[in-house]
Design a protein around this ligand. Structure first.
Ligand code: SAM
Length: 279
């Protein structure tokens, strides 16, 4: 069993960690099992893993899932993973940037698809954003991310962490923080605390919006300068001052409020009225 330990594999191949690729590999077995249990992985699942490293989490996933497809960018890890996981017939390795991969091709006809990953922290937000807005049929994303990002995702209106990322995730998913993970659980140790969070995609988005692109633009503009009022943030949204005033009035939202005070429902309502005024 010790042969499978991260440290031993790293040593065996003389692997040197790349900081710029966000390489902090897990060395704590309890965390591994908490991730896989938290993701509720079972024999019906195709699991897509982003950034397998030397395959520590991958191995636990392979024992539980029907199939695991791991996407790794670092070419030095490809031969290591191929060798270490060669006995698993349910393993597929893709050497590519997770930001450029065609997930529909990987998913094919699979019905139960879950993303499970200890994400490289330098691309956490673009990866989450791509996975959620790409229209893919994921049931859930169980991801290890920086604690601070998890707190932004799980924030409530009015608190300092609440922002565009919160609304992006909350629009598509119910969220559940599974556990905190300390720097000592990785080699090398990151400078920050981490958290494992599960994002469960709902069948349909949690609020109804007339125009999704416009909704996300309203959210983005409302938070572009946090200290500004909604009016200042949204005055260049593309409709006249009078129409924007009417949209605020119809949505029953005071334009002097700041974006961080609006709930998901209020953002949907406001963007729908802006949409109607633009017609
Ligand atoms: N899963 C392993 C573990 O838990 O020990 C490694 C996790 S490590 C935090 C992140 C992994 O993502 C590294 O293997 C790194 O090379 C890989 N990676 C970094 N950027 C990537 C990208 N854009 N696409 C795919 N993999 C990437």
């Amino acid at each position: 069993m010790d042969n499978f330990k991260t440290k031993n594999i790293v040593e065996k191949y003389g692997f040197k960690f790349s900081k710029s690729l966000g390489q902090n590999f897990l060395i704590d077995d309890t965390v591994l099992y908490d991730i896989v249990n938290g993701a509720q992985v079972n024999q019906e699942d195709l699991v897509i893993e982003i950034g397998p490293g030397v395959g520590t989490l991958t191995r636990v996933l392979l024992d539980r899932a029907k199939k695991v497809c791991s996407i790794e960018l670092d070419s030095r890890l490809i031969p290591i993973l191929s060798e270490e996981l060669k006995d698993y017939e349910n393993f597929q390795l893709i050497h590519e940037d997770a930001l450029k991969v065609d997930f529909n091709k990987i998913i094919g006809e699979e019905k139960s698809v879950k993303v499970v990953a200890n994400l490289p922290y330098y691309v956490t937000t673009p990866i989450i954003s791509n996975l959620l807005t790409g229209g893919y049929k994921f049931k859930s994303l169980t991801i290890m991310i920086q604690k601070e990002v998890a707190e932004r995702i799980d924030a409530n209106p009015g608190c300092k962490d609440y922002g565009a990322l919160t609304l992006l995730v909350q629009y598509f998913c119910n969220t559940k923080i599974l556990r905190k993970v300390s720097p000592g659980c990785f080699i090398p140790s990151p400078k920050v605390d981490s958290m494992v969070i599960r994002l469960d995609r709902t069948e349909v988005p949690k609020v109804q919006v007339e125009d999704e692109k416009l909704f996300f633009r309203v959210v983005r503009d409302a938070f572009a300068m946090r200290r500004k009022t909604l009016w200042n943030g949204l005055k260049n949204i593309g409709i006249s001052k009078e129409k924007l005033e009417e949209a605020f009035k119809m949505a029953n939202i005071d334009p002097k409020r700041r974006g961080e005070t609006l709930s998901l429902e209020e953002f949907a309502n406001l963007s729908n009225h802006i949409y109607m005024q633009s017609k």
